[in-house]
Design a protein around this ligand. Structure first.
Ligand SMILES: Nc1nc2c(c(=O)[nH]1)N[C@H]1C(S)=C(S)[C@@H](COP(=O)(O)OP(=O)(O)OC[C@H]3O[C@@H](n4cnc5c(N)ncnc54)[C@H](O)[C@@H]3O)O[C@H]1N2
Ligand code: MOO
Length: 409
């Protein structure tokens, strides 16, 4: 009996794009010290050149490169020292042929000079005479005005995820605050009569709630604001009440468990009762994660995640995180992958895409990836894993020695 109309993960990613491309997140202005990890809601154009003046990259003497051509230790170039550049100040010095001026690292180059010779390749004969022992070429040891960032250039586009170095670049152009999308707001509901909070005493037959905590951590790391979480019994009214109460305050709700077709699995019925457009897919041709539900109610997303802890986290990474990228209008989705050599034969011939947890072992110059074998209900499997490998639906497994790409966890 086929209980789900399963769809491939890539197809569901396309459907997510279709349904949520037009999603509108409001924006907020943040000071630079709070903007790391946030996504820009507008293009950033530089109003200045960086640097705003030609600068030296070394401690040395600014000069005309042509005056050093052909010089050597045995035949130094003699130059007149006409002064010194002070850090943080504009210099009015002008270098003519045969002249030079001392300039510290980062100091402004005097007009007329086009290169800097490093101090160690010079010999100061007296206060006004310098021997240059090694030639320099034009622009050597110099950063020109606008070399780093040009005035009127778009530094970052809308949808850019701000990394620590980007915060530095914003500081460099004198931007003290930026407009970013507010964090997508989510809420997690763990279902299951057997599920209890780790703060409670566990009785036989009960299990501690794992999924709330793994998903909460992963979603926070991905830039979501999880405004809360709760537990619902395997009862239609309880789950429906919890969702309808929270829905107006969030952009997405994640329900863990009850996604399958057992007599107590009420998630589908509850989602179907919430409104339109309703369920986008119930069922993925993937292992693990087959019973996953993806739905849209109004403009909000409702996720029915499989209860097994490994399945829930894998699907969160494969589908929910890309959904966040879509509503945040991210320029690009970064997936951190590394190449490794597969360690042992592993069959996968069920015609579904499969994600296999792996442990990585460094060996000489390569990484060896070995599958971690176990059922998708085992959270320790995931804790031991360094990443996972995707085996496409049309591939009958992986052979020892094959090169594989590992998505890091
Ligand atoms: N007849 C079928 N049965 C099942 C199928 C199927 O295709 N046909 N699919 C199996 C697959 S695959 C999965 S995955 C599970 C998913 O089931 P549900 O999403 O309905 O999840 P539950 O039944 O509520 O729970 C499954 C399992 O996971 C434990 N669980 C649930 N929530 C949590 C939590 N928050 N923390 C820790 N553990 C949790 C729960 O106790 C169950 O052991 O369905 C298969 N069945
Ligand atoms: O999602 Mo299930 O884990 O394929 O057992």
């Amino acid at each position: 009996m086929e209980m789900f109309k399963v769809k491939p993960v890539d197809k569901v990613l396309e459907l997510l794009k279709e349904h949520f491309d037009g999603f509108k997140l409001s924006t907020e202005n943040l000071l630079l010290d709070a903007a790391e990890g946030r996504v820009l809601a507008s293009d950033i154009k530089s109003k200045i050149d960086v640097p705003q003046f030609n600068r030296s990259t070394v401690d040395g003497y600014a000069l005309k490169a042509v005056d050093t051509f052909g010089c050597s230790e045995s035949l130094p170039a003699f130059l007149e020292i006409i002064g010194e550049v002070n850090m943080g100040e504009e210099t009015k010095l002008f270098i003519e042929n045969g002249q030079c001026a001392y300039v510290p690292t980062g100091g402004m180059l005097p007009s007329g000079s086009d290169a800097v010779v490093m101090l160690e390749y010079t010999e100061k004969l007296d206060d006004i005479t310098l021997n240059v022992l090694k030639p320099v070429s034009p622009n050597q040891n110099v950063i020109l005005k606008g070399d780093d960032i040009k005035k009127n250039d778009i530094l970052f586009k809308k949808g850019h995820l701000l990394k620590p170095q980007d915060i530095g670049a914003l500081a460099a152009i004198g931007k003290s605050s930026v407009e970013v999308f507010r964090k997508p707001r989510g809420y997690i509901i763990s279902t299951g009569d057997e599920i209890v909070s780790p703060t409670e005493n566990l009785r036989i037959g009960q299990v501690n709630d794992i999924n709330t905590y793994t998903m909460l951590s992963e979603l926070k790391k991905a830039g979501a604001n999880i405004i809360g979480h709760s537990h619902a019994k395997d009862r239609f009214e309880d789950l429906k009440h919890k969702i309808t109460k929270i829905l107006p305050d969030v952009d997405f709700v994640i329900i863990s468990g009850g996604s399958s077709v057992g007599t107590k699995d009420v998630t589908v019925d509850v989602i179907n009762s919430l409104g339109k457009p309703g369920i986008i897919t119930h069922g993925l041709s993937v292992k693990p994660g087959k019973p996953t539900i993806v739905a849209k109610i109004g403009d909000k997303a409702i996720w029915g995640m499989p209860g097994h802890p490994v399945s829930a986290l894998v699907i969160l990474k494969r589908l929910v995180l890309p959904f966040l990228d879509i509503i945040l209008k991210k320029e690009k989705q970064m997936i951190y992958k590394i190449k490794a050599v597969w360690g042992q034969n592993y069959p996968s011939n069920h015609g579904k895409e499969e994600y296999v947890m792996v442990s990585l072992t460094p060996s000489e110059e390569i990484l060896i990836a070995n599958p971690l074998l176990g059922k998708s209900g085992l959270i320790s499997l995931m804790s031991k894993a360094d990443g996972f490998v995707k085996i496409p639906a049309n591939k009958e497994g992986l052979l020892s020695g094959e090169e594989v790409e590992i998505e890091l966890l």
